[in-house]
Design a protein around this ligand. Structure first.
Ligand code: KG4
Ligand code: ZN
Length: 404
């Protein structure tokens, strides 16, 4: 009998992560080394720097995950690794290391899709918190992160799950909009947590942002949507009611900043929060990360706070409209919301309220497992381990790996 312990490794973007999870239902350890300090000064992830940081961190992070779990490599049943989607060079670091560990210790290697990992972050929490497994009911899963805004119908299929793409963004991901707006306003990177913290100090009704219906335009027919580092998939076949578009609101925020003369204020804020942001070679530790969001709050005018609150209110509202619309259309009574943006306080509150009003069940990952981590990768690997679905020795990363 095996131990049921799987070591998960995740390096698809800017977090180096390793975790040990037992039978897809108990997190034994989870270690995440963030590269925020490296990328913050650039206001976004720099792929070359990400690969370099993964190389530095992978060995100590895996060691820490095993140590915290109190287990050795010989106690594992398998090694699981993110195979995509993500940054090519970043994926390569995790995959190479996972392969070497698996080979040297005669362990099976399991390839996991990053998006399936995010979905399993919610399932893992459900399994941890309830004794009864809920793995027999279909669910509508909104994966909303820096690289993705995708709606899937997730159906249990024995222990494994199958996924059907229902909707997706045709341009930016919601988290990308958060990050770009935060950068524009001279706030920290990644932008989501900053906007989340500041939004409650502004008036969400101050700026009436709106989302027009995304049309399955002629130029999109037969084509695929592309978002940075993300999978590409056909959108012409999707119901246009469930398509997202977040590049418009980013432009609208930019216009609002110009018209209302908020640019100088944003510049001053960036200088105060990131004094070292333009010099040096990106060495970790060179950037002074603000300790509290209060520091940023003191640097924001009322107009800026109102803009931030209005932006967030509009984004969450649009995510809700399409998600609940799809649930209704598909007759699904169970919703999972996951990915970095699912950490958002307003999103959780409003989605929960709406689900309650509609008599739907809704779940989120724990806040820590909303953003990228390796526990979700080890959890998603469990049903594959049980089914004997192992990766070939020549596994390579696929930056545009699709889930459905
Ligand atoms: O899932 P994740 O860690 O990485 C990707 O797979 O992209 O998501 C990161 C994204 C970033 O865009 C970040 O700004 C956003 O999630 N994010 C948030 C919050 N925390 C992280 N967005 C809104 N509110 C938050 N509290
Ligand atoms: Zn992610």
């Amino acid at each position: 009998m095996g131990t049921g312990l799987i070591l998960g490794i995740e390096t698809s973007c800017d977090e180096t992560a390793a975790a040990v999870v037992e039978r897809g239902r108990r997190t034994v350890s989870s270690v995440v080394a963030s590269q925020i300090a490296t990328h913050a000064r650039y206001g976004g992830v720099v792929p070359e720097l990400a690969s370099r940081e993964h190389l530095r961190a992978i060995v100590p992070v895996v060691r820490a995950a095993l140590e915290q779990a109190g287990v050795g490599l010989k106690d594992l049943d398998a090694v699981a690794v993110t195979a995509g989607p993500g940054l090519a060079g970043a994926l390569l670091v995790g995959i190479s290391y996972a392969k070497a560990l698996a080979y040297a210790n005669r362990l099976p290697l399991i390839a996991v899709n990053h998006l399936e990992g995010h979905i399993h972050a919610v399932l893992l929490r459900e399994r941890e918190e309830r004794d009864a497994l809920r793995d027999e009911e279909p669910a509508l899963a909104l994966v909303v992160s820096g690289g993705h805004t995708h709606l899937y119908l997730a159906r249990p299929n024995g222990g494994l799950w199958s996924y059907k793409l229902i909707g997706r963004t045709v341009d930016d991901a919601a988290g990308e909009a958060y990050d770009k707006v935060a950068k524009l306003l001279g706030l920290g990177y990644p932008g989501g947590p900053w906007i989340d913290a500041l939004a409650r100090f502004g008036n969400a009704a101050a700026v009436p942002f709106s989302f027009s219906q995304v049309k399955a335009k002629a130029h999109l027919r037969g084509k695929t949507a592309r978002t940075k580092g993300a999978e590409s998939s056909p959108i012409a076949d999707l119901d246009s009611h469930f398509l997202f578009s977040f590049s418009g609101i980013k432009t609208a925020v930019l216009r609002y900043v110009e018209v209302n003369g908020l640019r100088d204020e944003a510049e001053r804020r960036a200088d105060a929060l990131y004094p070292a942001r333009t010099d040096g070679d990106g060495a970790a530790g060179a950037v002074r990360l603000p300790q509290t969001k209060d520091e940023a709050l003191a640097l924001c005018s009322r107009t800026t706070l109102d803009l931030i609150a209005s932006f967030q209110h509009a984004v969450v509202g649009d995510l809700m409209k399409k998600t609940f619309g799809a649930a209704e259309r598909l007759g699904v009574v169970r919703i999972l919301v996951t990915g970095g943006v699912a950490a958002n306080r307003e999103l959780r509150e409003r989605f929960s309220q709406e689900a309650g009003a509609r008599g739907l069940e809704i779940s989120f990952p724990t806040k820590a497992l909303s953003t990228d981590n390796a526990a979700m990768i080890a959890a998603a690997a469990w049903p594959r381990f049980e089914a004997g679905e192992f990766a070939a020795a020549d596994l390579s990363g696929d930056p545009a790996l699709r889930l459905a």
